[in-house]
Design a protein around this ligand. Structure first.
Ligand code: UT7
Length: 329
C-alpha cells in the first residue's frame, strides 16, 4: 500500500548567547574580514554553561509538537540526530524523552555527523512504513562549540549550536508537507578528513589527564570543501532524476549550511538561481546535523518556502555522509 510521509510540524531552537566574529578576533588570530569572505559567517549561537544538546533538542521538539498539534505522549518514536549527545549513556533520545515527560517510546540516537537529520528522517520513514500509526519525532541537535578547539582558528570560527525538529507521520497531502523521497550515501574510506576521535573507545584517558587535540573537531578543510560540493551536487541530481524531475521544478534549494561558498557552488553547479537558495549560515554558522531542519523551519515561517513549493534538501558531513530529500510543501 502506498504511504505518504508527512511533516506534521516543524520546530527550531538556538541558544540565546551569540559569539560574533569580533569576539573571535579576541580569542584567536583571525579577522571578521577573513571569516566573512571565506565562509559567509557573521555570528553563531552558542550554549551557556550547563546548557546541553537535549536542552536545545527540547526547545525544537516542543515547537514542532505544537506546530503539529500533537502531544508528546502521542509519539511512538523519538529520534535524535547528533554527534554531541549529553552523555555516552544514557543516549540523548532517552534524556529527551524524560525531558518531554513521557515514557515507553522507542527512543534512538542517530549518528551521521552533519548529515544526521536526513539519516534520521529516512529512519523515521522506515518506522512509518512499518506502522502507519507511528508518530515519529525527529530532532537534530548539536553543541558543536564543546567539540571545537578554540585555539585552532581553522575550525573554531566555523561552528555554532542549535536544534531543529520535525514530526513525521503517515497521512494525506493536505495534512502537511510531503516527503517525496530521500537518498543517502556514505564513504568510510574518506573518514579521516573530518574527525572527532577523542572520547571514543580507541582513545583512552587516565584520570586527571587533559584532553588531547583529537577530542576536538579536526578537519582538512580544503579537501572536505571539494567533496562537499561534489557529493551534494551529485546526490541532488540523482534524486531529481529518479523522481523524473528537473532543476527547473525546484522552488527552493536548502543545502547544509557549512560555508556560503559551498552553498553557492552547489547552487551554481546545479543551475539553481541564487534567489531560490536558502541561506542562514551568516547568523548560525555550521550547526552540523541541526542545520537543515533549523533552516527548514525558519524558511517556512518567514515565507521563503510557500505552500506548493518543491524543496530540495541536501547535506554533507563527516564519515563521509551525504544525502538529499525532496519535500512538497
Ligand atoms: O559540515 C561539514 C562539512 N564541513 C565543511 O563543509 C567545511 C569545508 N571547508 C571549508 O569551508 C573551508 O575549507 C574553510 C572555511 C575551512 C577554509 O577555507 P579555505 O579557503 O579552504 O582556506 P584554507 O584552509 O586553505 O586556508 C587559507 C589560509 C591559510 O593561510 P596560508 O597557509 O594561506 O598562509 C590558513 O592558515 O587562511 C588561513 N586561515 C585563517 N586566517 C584567518 C585559516 N583559518 C583562518 C582564520 N582566520 N580563521
Amino acid at each position: 500500500m502506498h504511504t505518504d510521509f508527512i511533516l506534521r510540524g516543524l520546530g527550531r531552537h538556538a541558544p540565546d548567547r551569540i559569539l560574533t566574529n569580533a569576539d573571535l578576533e579576541t580569542m584567536v588570530e583571525t579577522s571578521d574580514e577573513w571569516i566573512t569572505t571565506r565562509t559567509g559567517i557573521r555570528q553563531r549561537h552558542i550554549v551557556s554553561p550547563g546548557e546541553g544538546c537535549t536542552d536545545l533538542a527540547y526547545g525544537a521538539a516542543k515547537m514542532a509538537l505544537k506546530d503539529a498539534g500533537i502531544e508528546a505522549d502521542d509519539l511512538t518514536h523519538i529520534l535524535l540526530a547528533t554527534y554531541t549527545s549529553d552523555y555516552v549513556i544514557p543516549q540523548g533520545a532517552c534524556v529527551l524523552e524524560e525531558k518531554l515527560g513521557v515514557k515507553g517510546k522507542i527512543a534512538l540516537d542517530v549518528s551521521a555527523a552533519c548529515s544526521g537529520f536526513l539519516f534520521a528522517l529516512e529512519t523515521a520513514r522506515g518506522f512509518v512504513a512499518l506502522d502507519r500509526n507511528a508518530k515519529v519525532l525527529v530532532v537534530a541537535s548539536e553543541v558543536n562549540t564543546h567539540r571545537a578547539n578554540f585555539t585552532d582558528r581553522a575550525t573554531c570560527v566555523l561552528f555554532g549550536d542549535a536544534a531543529g525538529a520535525v514530526v513525521v507521520t503517515a497521512g494525506d497531502p493536505e495534512d502537511g508537507p510531503r516527503v517525496l523521497d530521500v537518498k543517502l550515501g556514505t564513504d568510510g574510506g574518506l573518514g579521516d578528513l573530518l574527525t572527532v576521535k577523542g572520547g571514543g573507545s580507541m582513545s583512552t584517558y587516565k584520570e586527571g589527564e587533559p584532553v588531547r587535540d583529537d577530542y576536538f573537531i579536526q578537519m582538512q578543510g580544503r579537501e572536505v570543501y571539494k567533496h562537499a560540493v561534489r557529493n551534494m551536487t551529485g546526490v541532488c541530481k540523482e534524486i531529481l532524476e529518479r523522481n523524473n524531475l528537473s532543476v527547473d521544478d525546484v522552488n527552493v534549494l536548502l543545502p547544509h549550511q557549512a560555508n556560503l561558498r559551498i552553498i553557492e557552488a552547489v547552487g551554481k553547479k546545479l543551475g539553481v538561481p541564487e534567489e531560490k537558495v536558502y541561506v542562514n549560515v551568516d547568523r548560525y554558522g555550521n550547526t552540523s546535523a541541526a542545520s537543515v531542519p533549523l533552516a527548514l523551519s525558519e524558511a517556512r515561517d518567514n515565507g521563503f518556502i510557500k505552500k506548493g513549493d518543491l524543496v530540495l534538501l541536501t547535506t554533507f558531513g563527516g564519515g563521509f555522509t551525504w544525502g538529499a530529500a525532496l519535500v512538497r510543501f
